[in-house]
Ligand binder design. Structure first.
Ligand SMILES: [Fe+2]
Ligand SMILES: [Fe+2]
Length: 201
């Protein structure tokens, strides 16, 4: 595997300055969350570092590379091409940087739409991407607070917010994100945990 210093330097050259700043923010937040939830900080830092390594490639190149690497893209990802960089990023992280750690690669693969049965590392990367210090959207402070109090609750809130946004924009909603959200919510209900729910009208 390439050293972290090499990877970071390579990312700096291949990303826009904004994306690189975002990457550093995600790394910082991911390490803080890893500390909070007892997850391997090295893995969290590495996954955060490479999570968007494919994002600034031109769209056509992303689709070509995905085909070349044998990544099966579902119908929605072919249209909503912003989704491609997650599985492609995992493949690139392995091929370009020699990262073989499956936990790290999986966290990169699922960082955009989530998955059912996410590991704590998966959840940390997903949320760190959402709440890193450079993010600014209504409700981000509430989400930042929630992330350090109740990881699943924060993830549910993040999914809610993304799902609402996709619908408002008239985009295609990836069913896996709905599944991820429902899975987390069901888990909470089964454990008898309190869920933030509006009272019935
Ligand atoms: Fe991303
Ligand atoms: Fe990101």
């Amino acid at each position: 595997m390439k050293t972290k210093a090499f990877i970071l330097d390579d990312l700096k050259k291949s990303m826009t300055p904004e994306r690189f700043a975002h990457t550093l923010g995600v790394m910082e937040t991911a390490v803080a969350l890893a500390k909070r939830y007892g997850v391997d900080e090295e893995k969290a830092e590495l996954a955060a570092m490479v999570h968007d390594c494919a994002k600034d490639l031109p769209e056509a190149e992303q689709l070509n590379l995905a085909r070349e690497f044998g990544i099966l893209l579902d119908e929605i990802s072919v249209v909503e091409t912003a989704l491609v960089h997650a599985p492609l990023g995992a493949a690139l992280a392995r091929i370009k940087y020699g990262i073989e750690d499956q936990d790290v690669l999986r966290a990169v693969r699922v960082h955009t739409i989530g998955d059912t049965d996410m590991t704590t590392l998966d959840k940390i990367i997903f949320l760190a991407d959402y709440i890193e210090p450079g993010r600014n959207f209504p409700g981000v402070d509430r989400l930042r607070k929630a992330a350090f109090e109740d990881l699943d609750q924060a993830l549910i809130l993040a999914c809610n917010s993304t799902i609402k946004h996709v619908i408002d924009e008239g985009g295609l909603l990836h069913p896996r994100m709905v599944e991820a959200r429902n899975y987390l919510l069901l888990g909470k209900l089964k454990r008898g945990e309190k869920c933030e729910k509006k009272s019935k009208r």
